[in-house]
Design a protein around this ligand. Structure first.
Ligand code: GLN
Length: 250
């Protein structure tokens, strides 16, 4: 009899544990994000994380049964932060370059960009003159844009001066007040800035297009699989177009 009661008690305890832990049992993953990168990542007027990458990651987390937190990070140190386990993945307009693939893994690609130069709307100088005269060209530190501008300068064929910023947003502030003459960036963010009316795209750089993917630590195959499955589901779901329309992404 005692044995039977003990058995019933332990079955009840096990059942109670199962019932009490559903929400707490979910894995929580932290997305490191550049919040100066609209429309992919920014902070809305209420101070909440917003943007295409934020909403896609939230949708995927819900669908795949995990929780996601969005942690603002400096772009320059975002990959070292991932590898130091300060964050778990990067869904933030990150170009999956060959150099980065050596140190992190990427999901399937979800968007393609070219590299452009943004200038003030009233500027009439042609694109090449921005690069071959002593103009000041801004770029966000740690980006693919900053990298190829440095490579261009190393050839000795160009005369521009590279000014690096912590975020693309900050380079735009300096562009507005004439401290720099242009800012180089992904076409995705340039189209968004262009809508504000004060800027225009002076031209595209002659470099290969780049594909965005979510980055995870090498060896973190569990999360890579979750993100890949979630991304595939999202891209096949009507919500993909809804989100693209919402953030005006083509
Ligand atoms: N796509 C660029 C890169 O990966 C810029 C991304 C960003 O600043 N969020 O470097």
């Amino acid at each position: 009899m005692i044995k039977k009661v003990a058995l019933i008690m332990s079955v009840l305890t096990a059942f109670a544990c199962l019932c009490l832990t559903p929400a707490g049992a979910k894995d929580v993953y932290t997305n490191g994000i550049d919040f100066g990168f609209p429309p992919f990542g920014y902070v809305d007027k209420a101070g909440n994380p917003a943007g295409f990458d934020v909403e896609c990651a939230n949708w995927i987390a819900k669908e795949m049964g995990f929780e996601v937190k969005h942690q603002p990070m400096d772009w320059d140190g975002i990959i070292p932060a991932l590898n130091a386990k300060k964050i778990d993945f990067i869904a933030s307009g990150m170009s999956a370059t060959e150099a980065r693939k050596e140190i992190v893994n990427f999901t399937i690609p979800y968007y393609e960009v070219s590299q452009v130069l943004v200038v003030l709307k009233d500027k009439t100088d042609d694109f090449n003159s921005f690069l071959t005269t002593a103009k000041k060209v801004g770029s966000q530190r740690g980006t693919t844009s900053a990298k190829f501008l440095k490579e261009m300068l190393a050839t000795g064929k160009y005369k521009f001066k590279l000014i690096e910023y912590d975020s693309t947003d900050l380079s735009m502030e300096d562009l507005k007040i004439g401290r720099i003459d242009g800012s180089a960036m992904d076409s995705s963010i340039a189209y968004e800035l262009n809508k504000k009316g004060a800027y225009k795209i002076a031209g595209s750089f002659d470099v290969p297009t780049e594909k965005y993917g979510y980055a995870v630590r090498k060896g973190d195959d569990k999360l890579l699989n979750l993100l890949n499955q979630g991304l595939k589901k999202l891209m096949a779901d009507p919500q993909w177009q809804v989100l693209k329309d919402k953030y005006d992404i083509h």
